[in-house]
Write a protein that binds this ligand. Structure first.
Ligand SMILES: O=C(O)CCC(=O)C(=O)O
Ligand SMILES: [Fe+2]
Length: 251
């Protein structure tokens, strides 16, 4: 006769609690959904910043051009990554792959990157989650992407760039209107332009771009990170995927 008796724990011996350890940074990232961290100064970063400064005053070299993606927001077209190698160099010079491993305890892959120039006027993008599920309709990429955004200061006074609501990635209401109430009542964190800081965040977090109120445009360098199997969602960027993976595993 079958009996499961042999699998029982001895009566007077409590089984140990399953033990596991989660790094403090991983826990913190899970809770807040973002990390705003200092960059180190190095040659690759200096090169990138001076290239951005040049682009502040001139158009990209032909055949590349600024193309309006949203009102007042222009991206380098047809893509940013092949315009200069500095955009990918920056990631490795700043140990971003290692940082991602610390925040998430796994590797992510680079799906795309874009340099965006935003001109003065009303904010081009208000409160949103890049991926949402309202009344069982989903919008945006799945699973949710993580982004690294660098808002360079380029020798100007620091200005507000983005607002985020810490922890909001863990708290999505299925009713859009109730969900958006969070943006009225919860504490926000403001991210300002800086040549020596960058933001890494879960894009399920509520975030909102600040209006540009200066004469000069404001820049953001946006990197989209995803799981390996999601790379196919970024059609036309296969060469970038290869460049990133080669460096990720060989450096
Ligand atoms: O341009 C910005 O500051 C924010 C852009 C944004 O919402 C995004 O990349 O998901
Ligand atoms: Fe967004």
């Amino acid at each position: 006769m079958h009996t499961d008796l042999q699998f029982r724990e001895p009566q007077n011996q409590k089984p140990p609690k399953p033990g596991y350890q989660v790094e403090a940074e991983t826990q913190s990232f899970f809770k807040t959904g973002y990390e705003y961290f200092s960059l180190s100064s190095n040659e690759a970063t200096t090169r990138l910043i001076s290239a951005l400064k040049t682009l502040e005053n001139s158009n990209p070299d032909e055949p590349y051009l600024w193309k309006e993606k949203y009102p007042r927001a222009f991206d380098i077209y047809p893509n940013t990554y092949s315009y200069l190698p500095y955009f990918v160099d920056f990631l490795f010079a700043q140990n971003i792959p290692q940082r991602i491993r610390t925040f998430l305890s796994e590797d992510l892959y680079l799906g795309d990157l874009t340099l965006r120039r935003v001109g003065a006027g009303q904010q081009y993008s208000g409160w949103h989650r890049d991926t949402n599920v309202y009344d069982s309709n989903s919008k945006g990429r799945m699973p949710v992407l993580h982004k690294l955004i660098f808002y360079p200061q380029l020798g100007r006074p620091s200005t507000p760039q983005l607002k985020i609501i810490p922890g909001s990635h863990r708290r999505m209401f299925s009713n859009r209107h109730i969900d958006s109430l969070q943006t009225r009542i919860l504490p926000k964190v403001r991210i300002a332009s800086s040549d020596n800081h960058a933001l890494f965040f879960n894009t399920g977090l509520f975030h909102s771009a600040e209006a540009v109120q200066t004469e000069h445009p404001s820049f953001r360098l946006i990197y989209c990170f995803c799981y390996k199997y999601q790379l196919s969602q970024f059609g036309g960027r296969e060469a970038l995927h290869e460049i990133y993976q080669k460096r990720l595993f060989n450096e």
